[in-house]
Design a protein around this ligand. Structure first.
Ligand SMILES: NC(=O)c1ccc[n+]([C@@H]2O[C@H](COP(=O)([O-])OP(=O)(O)OC[C@H]3O[C@@H](n4cnc5c(N)ncnc54)[C@H](O)[C@@H]3O)[C@@H](O)[C@H]2O)c1
Length: 425
């Protein structure tokens, strides 16, 4: 593979993984970010977030002279390829806020020479890329939509072992982008720009739908005395369905599913359409976050002054990302109810302006003297803790609400506690 010179805008979960992995593949990469603190940390070889395997790649590439970190205003030579991997958060209407994209595109248009190719990794609503491509083409700059499907916590592996590479644009430009990925053995789907953009939203909406579906079935399991773990295992063994994303629990979170389902819903409505299915997916997920608080209130009554521990603050294990994590809403609800909330997470941090909330240093410390515990993230350290001993240290009624169905109910009961899962017997 011929090494290329590449620039990546954005040193976040996507941009940093892209930059690091491209440099590992032999390309010379400059990763740009406007966050000076991030740049200082990265130049010292310290990854500013938790992503297994990323530190080693960054350190190796810095030593090999193939990876540097810069502020965008200090760079004039962007190389042959420019990736855009800045954030596209939700606005209050649910639409995507494209401010960061616009700022980057303005800089690209005024700085990079004709012949450069811009590769869009950020998730942008269908239609965005067509307009950007037109604007860039007027300056002789190519454009390819290359949506990212990596999962935080598994990002490095997902980069190299992605199920598919989606490249949207004109065929010649796509060919040039495909040359960057010669060491990635994934099928390449070549298509037009809006289709590439919609593949990303449709994929996330479909996965979110699987989760919400499993949660609806879980809520029925409680009524008909079935066990959701067994039911969804039986459903997922059907190859037409597949077993992934069928775990019932307190719903999805993170920086992608909530924002991308909202953006897709907005896209429907702004175009005069309506997706009842998508609305239901979003609605079920919002309901699911309330299930633990409802269950605890039902069992304990008034929560004023009652100690309720929350275990797991990140939206899933193996990441420190707490964006839109169910734990955030759950803690906010508990605080509104007047509860005292000790919380624990192995790497994630959450702050609340309340002296009723404290983040403590271990699972055991959080659980001790709590009347109820909510397991919000399935970190191994939380699921595999000594629940028998820990439950014994709780205050009555020692209620353990397992929001991820990952704790052994027998261990909780052996410690004198009450176990409640999500649709789990
Ligand atoms: N996080 C994921 O798992 C994931 C997966 C697939 C796709 N995506 C999409 O990728 C995009 C990026 O997501 P993320 O999670 O990496 O975001 P992030 O918030 O972690 O990182 C974005 C980075 O861009 C930087 N930035 C903002 N303006 C800039 C500018 N003008 N120049 C240089 N840097 C700038 C920010 O300082 C920040 O460090 C989003 O559109 C997201 O939807 C994310």
């Amino acid at each position: 593979m011929r090494p290329r010179r590449v620039t990546v805008f954005g040193a976040g979960y996507v941009g940093l993984v892209a930059g690091a992995c491209l440099s590992k593949s032999g390309h010379t990469v400059t990763v740009l970010d406007v966050d000076e603190k991030k740049l200082v940390s990265l130049r010292g070889g310290v990854t500013p977030f938790h992503e297994p395997g990323l530190d080693e790649i960054i350190t190796g590439s810095i030593e090999a002279g193939r990876l540097i970190f810069e502020h965008p205003s200090n760079v004039t030579d962007f190389g042959e390829y420019v990736y855009v991997a800045v954030g596209t958060p939700s606005t209050s209407t649910g639409s995507s806020d494209l401010r960061f994209i616009s700022a980057v595109v303005e800089q690209i248009v005024s700085t990079v020479p004709a012949g450069t190719i811009v590769i869009m990794k950020s998730t942008v609503p269908p239609g965005t890329g067509t307009a950007l491509a037109k604007r860039l083409e007027a300056h002789g700059i190519g454009y390819v939509s290359n949506p990212e499907f990596l999962r935080e916590g598994n990002a490095v592996k997902d980069w190299y072992e992605t199920d598919r590479m989606v490249l949207g644009g004109n065929p010649e430009t796509i060919d040039k982008v495909a040359e960057l990925y010669e060491d990635i053995l994934a099928p390449i789907l070549r298509c037009d720009i809006p289709s590439a953009e919609l593949i990303k939203y449709a994929s996330n909406a479909f996965l979110a739908m699987k989760i919400s579906f499993a949660n609806e079935i879980a809520n029925l399991c409680n009524t008909v005395d079935a066990d959701v773990t067994t039911v969804m295992k039986g459903v997922g063994l059907d190859k037409r369905i597949g077993g992934s994303f069928l775990n019932a629990g307190i719903g999805y979170g993170g920086s992608c599913f909530p924002k991308d389902t909202r953006a897709l819903d907005y896209l429907y409505s702004v175009n005069g359409h309506h997706s009842p299915l998508l609305k239901a997916v979003i609605d079920v997920n919002a309901f699911q976050r309330r299930v633990p608080v409802t269950a605890i209130r039902h069992r304990l009554g008034d929560l004023h002054g009652v100690r309720v521990a929350v275990l797991g603050l990140t939206f899933k294990p193996h990441t420190d990302d707490t964006r839109e994590a169910p734990a955030g809403d759950i803690i906010r609800m508990l605080l509104v109810e007047g509860a005292i909330v000790p919380a624990y997470d192995p790497v994630g941090v959450m702050d609340f302006e309340s002296d009723q909330y404290t983040q403590v240093g271990s699972v055991e410390e959080a659980v001790r003297d709590a009347c109820a515990v909510i397991v919000a993230t399935e970190w191994d350290e939380i699921c595999d803790a000594d629940w028998k001993t820990m439950t014994a240290t709780m205050a009555e009624p020692k209620l353990v609400f397992d929001g991820r169905n990952c704790v052994d109910p027998a261990a909780v009961r052996a410690g004198g506690g009450e176990y409640v899962g999500v649709g789990r017997r």
